[in-house]
Design a binder for this molecule. Structure first.
Ligand SMILES: Cc1cc2nc3c(=O)[nH]c(=O)nc-3n(C[C@H](O)[C@H](O)[C@H](O)COP(=O)(O)OP(=O)(O)OC[C@H]3O[C@@H](n4cnc5c(N)ncnc54)[C@H](O)[C@@H]3O)c2cc1C
Length: 590
């Protein structure tokens, strides 16, 4: 094996997306020497693709309590309420901090920051930079990080595992993608900010790098994963490509129509359409994402969707907004729609359909982002701090990256300052073995092709763990996932090269994705109720607070179906109620 290069840091941040950059900045500003690792150049992280905006109370008619209640109700009461309180209390300050570092938030003519309404939010509180919010947020964080000399960047380094010994994290093992060299990064504090896992599904809105690596690494290192059955399906993506058509379109007044030209959401308990001449009922299109995706499913079954060569769709009509407002507020959507489906939204409605978008579950953390492994922190989409419960409200995630990214950076720096014991020799031996095994995978002889295995996983996830779930389908899906995971060891890899061996990286990503898929499948099959994004059509089609007002925890298993246990949900001030939008309860929901 090639010689291992060892790098020492005080705080190691894995991930150069919004959460990772915010953590790195906070740690550096707290005086720590930071190593920031990312498998892609930071500006290519998935945060850059976010369109709609970030939530934080901004207007006098809004308040923290309203943001808290919308988030808890949106999460179908599976949120840990002290995490939600911490989040709403810090979100606005973080968005203002970002503004002071150059983020060009869109403004009203009088100079105030403009906010728009997002799904499940009863007041307008989503800050945005046109419909390129993720790009501007990430760019602001990136240039702020560039100005801090105590952040050393390791771009295009692929982290392959956490170095954990006796419940303490000492660093990570990694490959330098450009040379194939093995690296060992050692630090008393490690922040995991590796993003979500939307790519375990075939039809999704996520960038190809969103493969759940950090979730798998934490799981293999001994942490359970929490609430993995809750996967958000976004109601409006372009058929075929899965390119996201942001909720901001509906926040700006866009409406959804079925094949009959009817605003069908009124048939799903999301509020009646108001008569002409009266202010329009916007609850309908601004209901939460789980409800809108479920409504699509029913419309499709009833034959009221519009067939398109790339799958059935409904129409998102933005024509009434006019060319000028579309150009000002939704320029990216106009160009994406023209480019991918040949339609300018000022002229015709955009065909849209649901696609997997976001993983609510993840690595369990306390409100301060610490995990059950000493020295390991997690923030952003890979973490489960208890904010989103069973369904995330749109625009809470970008604000989460900032609030909890900062908390993670500060905590990690404080631990590094306090000093931690160096890794024992046996841990270094383990790291060496791990890196040897990874190198040996190059040009691995086997019979299974990578792309076929990846497609098979995605299709099973789409079929068995999608918008609606059925017991027998989930059981079938689970056994298939167990087989697929086993067949990873029979992969055939053809590229023996050391430099930019993207086949090897894809194989490592797939092994992570297969672990995460199994964690999702096992958690979903075990939850015998319907809540938020986890909706069953069998005997468990209603919410069951008595048995399942609980976080699921899935424990790692090297083979077979992993075991599930449950832990308490923290309820401080907002006890469970019926989840009602637009005046009536949703069909099929308790
Ligand atoms: C199309 C789209 C639009 C969205 N729009 C919004 C929105 O408007 N508002 C909102 O609130 N939320 C939105 N979201 C959700 C939100 O953008 C994400 O949840 C969030 O950006 C995730 O940020 P993150 O920092 O956790 O991870 P990411 O931005 O995904 O970054 C992950 C980082 O981890 C690194 N990494 C991963 N694995 C490894 C490894 N093995 N080794 C080394 N590095 C690794 C990657 O290189 C990357 O730098 C959207 C999501 C999508 C997909």
């Amino acid at each position: 094996m090639r010689e291992i290069v060892t790098v020492h840091a005080e705080v190691l941040v894995i991930g150069g997306g919004g959460a990772g950059l915010r953590a790195a900045i906070a740690a550096a500003e707290s005086g720590a020497r930071v190593a920031l690792l990312s498998k892609v150049y930071p500006m290519r992280s998935h945060t850059v693709a976010a369109e709609g905006g970030a939530a934080g109370v901004a207007q006098p008619e809004d308040d923290l309590e309203a943001h808290f209640r919308d988030t808890v109700a949106g999460g179908d009461w599976l949120c840990d309420q002290s995490a939600v309180s911490y989040f709403v209390a810090h979100a606005t300050a973080e968005l203002t901090w970002l503004e002071h570092h150059g983020c060009p938030w869109s403004r009203e003519p009088d100079g105030r920051v403009a906010v728009r309404k997002f799904g499940g939010m009863k007041r307008a509180r989503t800050w945005f930079a046109a419909d390129k919010s993720g790009f501007h947020i990430l760019q602001t964080l990136f240039h702020t990080a560039l100005a801090l000399p105590s952040i050393d960047r390791f771009d295009e380094f692929f982290c392959t595992g956490l170095l954990v010994h006796d419940g303490v994290c000492h660093g990570v093992m990694a490959l330098r993608i450009s040379t194939g060299e093995p690296y060992l990064f050692l630090a008393p504090s490690v922040v995991l900010a590796t993003g979500g896992a939307g790519r375990v599904y075939r039809f999704n809105t996520n960038g190809s790098i969103v493969t759940g690596d950090g979730l798998a690494m934490a799981w293999r290192a001994g942490l359970p994963l929490r609430d993995m059955e809750f996967v958000q399906v976004h109601p409006t993506a372009l058929p075929g490509s899965g390119v996201l058509i942001t909720e901001a379109c509906r926040g700006e007044g866009g409406i959804l129509l079925n094949a009959e030209g009817r605003r069908y959401l009124q048939d799903y308990g999301l509020g009646p359409e108001t008569p002409p001449g009266q202010p329009r009922n916007k609850t309908m299109e601004l209901g939460p994402r789980d409800r809108l995706s479920q409504a699509f499913w029913h419309e499709q079954r009833a034959g009221r969707t519009v067939p398109s060569p790339r799958g059935d769709a409904v129409h998102l009509d933005l024509r009434h907004l006019g060319a000028e407002r579309l150009a000002e507020r939704l320029p990216l959507i106009c160009s994406l729609s023209e480019k991918h489906v040949g339609i300018h939204p000022k002229d015709a409605p955009i065909p849209v359909r649901p696609a997997v978008h976001y993983t609510m579950g993840g690595v369990p953390t306390s409100v301060d982002t610490s995990t059950a492994i000493s020295g390991l922190y997690a923030a952003g989409e890979c973490a489960s701090v208890g904010l989103h419960g069973a369904n995330r409200l749109g625009s809470n995630s970008l604000a989460e990256l900032l609030v909890f990214g900062r908390a993670a950076g500060e905590r990690a720096a404080a631990r590094a300052r306090a000093g931690a014991p160096p890794p024992p020799g046996s841990a270094l031996g383990h790291a060496r073995e791990h890196l040897c095994a990874i190198q040996a995978l190059r040009a691995k002889k086997g019979t299974v092709r990578l792309a076929e295995l990846r497609d098979a996983m995605g299709s099973i996830m789409d079929e068995c763990f999608g918008i609606y779930r059925l017991g027998p389908d989930m059981e079938r899906g689970l056994s298939r996932l167990v087989e697929l995971r086993e067949s990873w060891s029979d992969l055939e890899l053809r590229d023996a090269s050391e430099r930019f061996n993207t086949e090897l990286i894809a194989a490592l990503e797939l092994s992570c994705a297969l672990d995460v898929a199994l964690a999702i499948g096992a958690s979903a099959a075990a939850r015998k109720e319907s809540r938020g994004s986890h909706q069953r059509l069998d005997a468990f089609s209603v919410r069951d607070d008595e048995r399942f007002l609980a976080h699921s925890l899935v424990d790692y298993a090297e083979s077979g179906v992993p075991a599930i246990r449950y832990g308490p949900v923290e309820i401080t001030s907002y006890p469970p109620e019926e989840r009602v939008y637009g005046g009536e309860a949703q069909v099929g929901d308790s």
